[in-house]
Design a protein around this ligand. Structure first.
Ligand code: GTP
Ligand code: MG
Length: 451
């Protein structure tokens, strides 16, 4: 068995369609721990919640399990909206080690459910599907916080069969998306078959089962990936660039390797040259018991992976969401600046030759879009993070081929002067907050043009 000390906390990203219950699920995982007097054990991070293994084991109710799991806990990322996952990129893959896809069992699959699955497939991230809101199934009698098998047994035959019907609709949809899936307690090999856990995030039914499956996945798939060096230089990903009162531009980051200290020199990806700056303050959210303080944050001197933290430092304005942040020393600075720059350049495209233009809100979503269009062999002239500007509009209008006089915008705004210009031009603009919609809309457009 691996040495426990060298395994960091796995990062778990919660994904799924709007309103299907991502936040409620996390609140429930956190909440029952608070109710059972373990509030102090749960660490609130910026953009994330850390649940230590002991708390999870208590919830599972079988102390013998303690020796079976070597991970120190789970770090759940709770960024609103479904873009979290594409933002949470790291070089060559996903930052999240595991994921939960939440589906409302009564509503079934929605655009962002499909989107989540496509992203997970691309990154080969192990995940579990939560079929949520089982308490809404007609006739369901809730059994607060019970594991699924126990509450299922207490339901009438009618209700049981209603659940199974809905569950197998979800499983059928997963199959259509290329995933072999089964109710999780019928899965014999999680390497081959995806587990689906029926849950109510409101009553807590099935939550212990979700935690159990996650720990199992962490154990099976991640041991090697989770090896890290706590003393090494910090490496992370920028979640968000945020203005804070009195602090100016700050960065919310997820640190996934090493240690980050106050006063460290860090290098961060931006649209131009990488930013080099010194960490002025590392900020964590205050506990609920500390609300008497004026500031929402408290300072810490250092953080060790995996962790979510807010960074205050001079010159953060141009930082890019989804870009890397790395700690450097005098000796390593040049090398690390070059590394960060090349990582950004790998995603950005500026060929100046023929092709479409892509604009996206974060480096991660840009990377995903570029990947999708390249897969379809669509030439790309330019791919960049940022809103659609007047200059972009003019550039696209100089392209003669209507197939490529096109701007694809993912979760970005069109500047007013660009809008005016575009209205008068023949440039075709597609905007959406669903990646595969943009790809489909463009394919449709190409077909129309060719007819
Ligand atoms: P976004 O962050 O907007 O994408 O939504 P979300 O996925 O985080 O959904 P959220 O947790 O905010 O839940 C949306 C609504 O569904 C809320 O009114 C919840 O109370 C409700 N809800 C969530 N889970 C359950 C559940 O298991 N049962 C029932 N009955 N309602 C639920
Ligand atoms: Mg939410």
């Amino acid at each position: 068995m691996a040495d426990k000390k060298n395994l960091r906390t796995p990062i778990v990203c919660v994904m799924g369609h709007v309103d299907h219950g991502k936040t409620t699920l996390l609140d429930k995982i956190r909440g029952t721990a608070i109710v059972s007097g373990e509030a102090g054990a749960i660490t609130q991070h910026i953009g994330a919640t850390e649940v230590p293994i002991d708390v999870i084991i208590n919830k599972l109710g079988d102390p013998r399990l303690r020796d079976r799991f070597i991970v120190p806990g789970l770090l759940f990322i709770d960024t609103p909206g479904h873009h979290a996952f594409t933002t949470l990129r790291s070089r060559g893959g996903a930052l999240a080690d595991l994921a939960i896809v939440v589906v409302d069992i009564n509503e079934g699959f929605k655009p962002q459910t499909y989107e989540s699955l496509q992203i997970l497939k691309r990154f080969k991230t192990p995940f579990v599907v939560v079929a949520n809101k089982i308490d809404r199934i007609n006739g369901w009698v809730s059994q607060k916080d019970l594991p699924f098998a126990a509450t299922f047994k207490k339901q009438s035959e009618d209700v049981q069969s209603r659940l199974e019907t809905k569950l197998y609709e979800v499983i059928g949809e997963l199959y259509n998306q290329g995933f072999a899936a089964e109710r999780y307690d019928r899965v014999t090999n999680f390497q081959k078959t995806l587990g689906v856990v029926p849950v109510s995030a409101v009553t807590g039914e099935g939550i212990p089962d979700v935690l159990m499956v996650l720990l199992g996945l962490a154990q099976k798939f991640l041991e090697v990936n989770l090896q890290y060096s706590a003393e090494g230089p910090g490496v992370g990903t920028v979640l968000e660039v945020k203005e804070e009162k009195g602090l100016g531009a700050t960065l919310d980051i997820i640190l996934y390797d090493g240690t980050l200290k106050k006063g460290d020199t860090v290098v961060i990806g931006s649209l131009g040259e990488p930013i080099q700056t010194k960490v002025r303050a590392l900020l964590k959210p205050r506990e609920l018991s500390e609300i008497r303080y004026e500031s929402k944050f408290k300072q810490v001197n250092k953080v060790t992976a995996a962790a979510g933290v807010k960074i205050s430092a001079p010159g953060l304005e141009g930082a890019l969401a989804g870009s890397p942040i790395r700690v450097a020393t005098e000796e390593t600075l040049d090398e690390i600046v070059a590394q960060v720059k090349s990582e950004i350049d790998e995603v950005r495209i500026d060929t100046g030759s023929v092709g479409i233009m892509i604009k996206a809100d974060t480096l991660g979503s840009l990377e995903a879009l570029v990947h999708e269009f390249q897969k379809d062999e669509v030439p790309i002239r330019k791919a960049e993070v940022g809103d659609i500007s007047h200059r972009d509009a003019i550039e696209a209008s100089t392209v003669e081929d209507p197939l490529y006089s096109v701007i694809i915008g993912f979760n970005v705004k069109v500047h007013p002067d660009a809008r005016d210009f575009l209205q008068e031009s023949t440039v075709k603009v597609f905007t959406s907050d669903v990646i595969y919609r943009l790809v489909e809309d463009y394919q449709k457009y190409v077909k129309e043009q060719q007819e």
